[in-house]
Design a protein around this ligand. Structure first.
Ligand code: COI
Length: 356
């Protein structure tokens, strides 16, 4: 159990009211959690302090070699005033998998959860109540040694910041247009694709900008070797409903193991819908789209929740999915996932954790 010191801000910011549109990731709460790591001493000095710029040496290793990991999860306020987090154990497990891959010291799961709960409790007034909003929790670790040689850092900072958010995409639940990328790749097996780390997102930017210029919201990545099999979208995992079966790319080492991805798989199975986690080739998709077997496509992610896809573009072809609107299963998943998160649908899976 951490002994978290609380240094309260004497300059609180105004909390956005329900009239505020809450553009994703733009507003931050009054406090943040910080804990330091020093080799030989371990993680130490856990504290909640005023949200403020931090001071690092320009030579801090994170700036040069990208040794860092991050996570994303959300807290919600229920109609009866309780605060719920959704499957935080899965984010903590993934954070430590990322840490191991990046040679960052692990954080005890109980300490990680305690830090998030205490910060969310302290900032509960910031949890927005309007439909489609939540308090986004962004834990991250950065390497802080002032050193230009390449090796794992001996010192780190673990921080958690909070941001009241609305929909990740400006489209909200309206279907997005996705560009299947055939020039750049995001990750390869054996690389860092399954870790949640900044480098994967930096690698995605050139293709994302190209897609944006063509009027597409996001890029759907193909595998880095054969450029034949579907991987993920970067900000979300991807699902297809083909002839009544839900299909999603199997976790192969280069795909991020999404918590919402897992939730979709578990929910669909519980509803008796066949689910296949397997390789999905772009040819299979093209064929299914042409014959009308491709009934629905959606992305899943913490920030994106369930995001229906209305159009897919591959090379020079554009496929409309169904009537280009929200599919029935996508809507059911969205309603169920957000219903459980908001305490409106019974949580028979035990996925929510109350912050008391
Ligand atoms: C999340 O869904 O929480 C993520 O971390 C994706 C990020 C691109 C916003």
């Amino acid at each position: 159990m951490l002994d978290i010191k609380f240094i309260k801000t004497d300059n609180p910011k105004p909390i956005p009211g329900p009239e505020n549109p809450l553009v994703f990731g733009t507003i931050f709460t009054d406090h943040m959690f910080v804990m330091d790591y020093t080799e030989g001493k371990g993680w130490h000095d856990p504290r909640i302090e005023p949200y403020a710029p931090i001071s690092l040496e320009p030579s801090a290793m994170v700036f040069h070699y990208g040794q860092e990991m991050f996570e994303g999860l959300k807290a919600y306020k229920t109609d009866d005033g309780r605060i719920l987090m959704f499957r935080p154990d899965k984010n903590i497990e993934r954070a430590n998998n990322s840490n191991r891959r990046l040679m960052i010291p692990e954080i005890q799961a109980e300490d990680f959860l305690q830090a998030m709960k205490e910060l969310v409790r302290a900032e509960q007034a910031w949890i927005p109540a309007k439909e489609g909003t939540s308090l986004y929790i962004r834990p991250f670790v950065i390497a802080t040694d002032p050193f230009l040689g390449v090796r794992p850092s001996y010192t780190y900072k673990f921080m958690i910041i909070l941001s009241p958010v609305g929909a990740y995409y400006p489209e909200g639940l309206d279907p997005v247009k996705i560009w299947i990328e055939d020039e750049y790749v995001r990750a390869v097996r054996g690389g860092i694709g399954e870790a949640k780390t900044g480098g994967n997102y930096a690698a995605s930017l050139a293709a994302q900008m190209k897609a944006h210029e063509e009027g597409y919201s996001q890029v759907l990545w193909l595998d880095g070797v054969e450029r034949k099999y579907i991987e993920e979208v970067g900000a979300m995992n991807i699902f297809f409903k083909i002839d009544g079966t839900v299909v999603t790319p199997q976790l192969n080492g280069s795909i991020l193991p999404g918590v919402t991805r897992r939730t979709c798989v578990e929910l669909c199975k519980s509803w008796g819908i066949p689910v296949e986690e397997r390789k999905v080739s772009v040819e299979e998709l093209e064929k299914a789209a042409r014959t009308g077997a491709l009934e629905e496509v959606w992305g899943s992610g913490t920030a994106a929740v369930i995001s229906p896809v209305g159009h897919l573009r591959y090379e020079d072809e554009v496929f409309q999915i169904g009537d280009g609107g929200i599919g029935e299963l996508s809507q059911r998943l969205y309603d169920t996932v957000t219903g459980i998160q908001l305490g409106r649908v019974e949580d028979t899976f035990g996925w929510t954790v109350e912050v008391k």
